[in-house]
Ligand binder design. Structure first.
Ligand code: B12
Length: 205
């Protein structure tokens, strides 16, 4: 049974087996990028076209969350001289992308403050308190992508120098949106986010 078919028929076991068969212990992010994300995107499009029920989309994403949770790597114990990173969805309830990016950064030794789905005003306060150097914003709804613009103007008002990197569906659909909302960079996936952090901090690798 195909992975997508297994998800849509709510066959947890078949879906999980498809991924664990390919899992070698250190290829979690490749599997997420190659199998899980594109299938979830395609399921989102099927919902848009009215071909499946919202409950199917919801359950498919829940099963993927469970699978992702079971394959993600541990945090790296090496955390010397790494910049402070914050991560939030700025009110968006789509959490899987944030979870994956946070996990990838932790596995690469970054220090992460996970602010969940806080709005821009509180995020700005937290970023200042925690001396966050780069804030990662994961928004999947177009309207919430514009919360980044609000956040940027709060940063300007308060003199906060934290860099902002964005990601998620609206930024994948429109490759210039990150500039429009005043972000410093965008990345297409968790793996690219590390290079972008170095880029916005002006660190050569
Ligand atoms: C699963 C899903 C849901 C689940 C969410 C479950 C959960 N708790 O997370 C449920 C069913 C609950 C849901 C609900 C809704 N959803 Co929805 N959903 C999706 C779907 C199909 C997949 C999202 C996902 O988890 N992908 C897998 C993860 C791993 O991918 P990802 O988030 O993109 O993250 C990767 C990269 O983008 C990147 N990345 C992500 N964030 C960041 C941040 C940074 C800083 C960086 C560097 C990188 C990065 O790295 C990640 C991995 O490498 C998308 C389709 C899509 N194209 O995204 C629609 C989608 C996001 N949903 C949409 C909509 C409209 C909704 C609903 C309004 C109605 C609906 N369709 O169900 C509600 C609203 C919920 C709310 N209040 O916020 C629309 C948004 C369209 C728009 N114009 O805004 C989409 C695009 C579907 C579509 N094609 O129309 N949804």
């Amino acid at each position: 049974m195909e992975f997508k078919e297994a998800l849509l028929s709510l066959n947890r076991v078949a879906a999980k087996n498809q991924i664990t068969r390919e899992f070698t212990g250190d290829n979690a992010f490749e599997l997420i990028t190659k199998f899980i994300t594109p299938v979830l995107e395609s399921i989102g499009e099927m919902w848009t076209r009215g071909e499946i029920a919202l409950s199917q989309e919801y359950m498919a994403s829940k099963i993927c969350e469970e699978i992702v949770e079971s394959i993600l790597p541990l945090e790296s114990p090496v955390r010397k001289n790494m910049p402070m990173i914050g991560i939030t969805t700025l009110g968006d309830e789509h959490m899987l992308g944030k979870r994956i990016v946070a996990s990838f950064l932790k596995a690469n030794g970054f220090n992460i403050f996970d602010y969940g789905n806080m709005g821009p005003e509180i995020v700005a306060q937290k970023v200042r308190e925690d001396s966050v150097e780069v804030l990662m914003a994961s928004t999947l709804m177009l309207n919430l992508a514009f919360e980044v613009k609000k956040l940027r103007s709060i940063f300007e008002r308060e003199g906060i120098k934290t860099k902002i990197i964005v990601g998620g569906a609206p930024f994948l659909f429109d490759s210039d949106l990150w500039k429009e909302v005043g972000a410093d960079a965008m990345a297409v996936d968790a793996m690219e986010s590390v290079d972008k952090i170095h880029e916005v901090l002006g660190v050569s690798t």
